[in-house]
Design a binder for this molecule. Structure first.
Ligand code: 9MR
Length: 365
């Protein structure tokens, strides 16, 4: 992509977006949240406080999203810089933003073995258990009755850690073993009577060995939680799609449907498309990304139990993938374009593909 400047990229995508939606920029067209509602779905995206303080981004979220999710603000390490403090400012600001815009809000994520702060890692097991219970009580009480759903536990499995059962390693697993999962769900349910309690997992969408390793383990865990009477309402599939890995969307949809058959809702919680393997040409890259969104959504939206589709942020400008590739030294013009809206917040081909998948949904949820 030598010779293509950032301005060219933005101008090209903006022109493409306007043509795709026919009626001009996204602002003038029907919002994805409106199109989703007609398909019996909530559509939205992850937001952090950087995006919340960016006026263009806040307009985009207000226009397009019926539901938001805290990208980082409710994570343990963000809330708990040290053992004594709870820093609720970031999460409170996002909750207030959602309320002001009439949007629902998902809490992400209460318990995750990843990204534990050092102060927690140094505590003995008994103390970690006490911190776990007290953290859940304090955080869940604060937002009780205000959240659409909680990702109570995020990414329970990471077979690459080599732990028995394929569980993700970290302070909660070390202190309590896998029992921390049911314990978290029970504790949240005792406090928040309205949030849908969700188990959120990564990589189940792919046939890559990571997905193949996690899928049966998640299925068995959910069965056990339900057999034990743990309060679980939904399974979240993140869907950070990596098109250079193997996929069989119908096989994934059949897998997801097996949770629906157990009475659970299905949420697509963190959708984006890593365009690393696609051609450098921006228009072609955006076309391939759009096709991937469309193919994936058409397959999963055939499941009536799918209630939510959320992308991880809305605009390429704030994608987590940008940070990763920037740190890896990728030149600006090769940074990923994984989201429905471009750097200039204009709709890309993916918006049309998502809209078409919503319009084509033929289920009665
Ligand atoms: O997008 C998030 C990034 O800003 C954070 O640095 C990172 C670690 O907290 O988490 C990213 O979000 C992840 C999410 O919480 C769980 N699924 C994978 C997401 C992308 O890494």
């Amino acid at each position: 992509m030598n010779g293509i400047s950032r301005r060219d990229v933005i101008a090209g995508a903006a022109a493409g977006g306007a043509a795709l939606l026919g009626a001009g920029p996204a602002q003038a067209s029907e919002a994805l949240s409106t199109l989703a509602a007609r398909a019996g779905l909530l559509f939205g995206g992850a937001i952090d406080n950087v995006a919340r303080l960016d006026p263009g981004m806040t307009r985009l979220f207000a226009q397009q999203a019926g539901i938001l999710v805290t990208e980082n603000a409710l994570k343990f390490d963000y809330l708990r810089p040290d053992a004594e403090r709870f820093e609720f400012g970031g999460a409170d600001a996002i909750a207030a933003f959602a309320k002001a815009n009439g949007q629902q809000l998902r809490g992400h994520t209460l318990i995750w073995n990843d990204n534990a702060p050092d102060w927690l890692k140094r505590r003995p097991g008994r103390e970690v258990e006490r911190i776990f219970d007290a953290h859940i009580d304090r955080v869940v009480e604060r937002y009780a009755g205000r959240l659409h759903s909680w990702d109570v536990v995020n990414e329970p499995f990471w077979p690459m850690h080599g732990k028995p059962g394929g569980y993700r390693d970290g302070p909660w697993l070390s202190a309590m073993g896998p029992s921390y999962i049911a314990r978290a769900f029970r504790r949240v349910a005792a406090i928040d009577k309205t949030a849908r309690l969700t188990l959120n997992e990564a990589f189940c969408e792919t046939n890559h060995e990571w997905g193949q390793g996690i899928r049966p383990r998640l299925r068995d865990l959910v069965a056990k939680l339900q057999d034990d009477g743990a309060p679980l309402h939904a399974v979240g599939f993140q869907a950070h799609l990596l098109p250079h890995w193997p996929y069989d969307d119908s096989a994934f949809a059949a897998y997801a449907e097996s949770f629906a058959a157990r009475g659970l809702d299905i949420y697509i919680t963190e959708l984006d498309v890593n365009d690393e393997a696609y051609p450098a040409n921006v228009a072609e890259r955006d076309r391939r990304v759009a096709k991937r969104y469309g193919d994936f959504l058409r397959a999963v939206l055939a499941i009536a139990a799918v209630r939510i589709v959320m992308t991880w942020q809305l605009s390429d400008r704030a994608s987590w993938l940008r940070d990763i590739y920037r740190r890896a030294g990728k030149p600006a013009e090769k940074l990923p374009r994984p989201l429905p809206f471009d750097d200039a917040l204009k709709p890309k081909a993916a918006v049309e593909a998502i809209a078409a998948a919503f319009a084509a949904r033929r289920v009665t949820p």
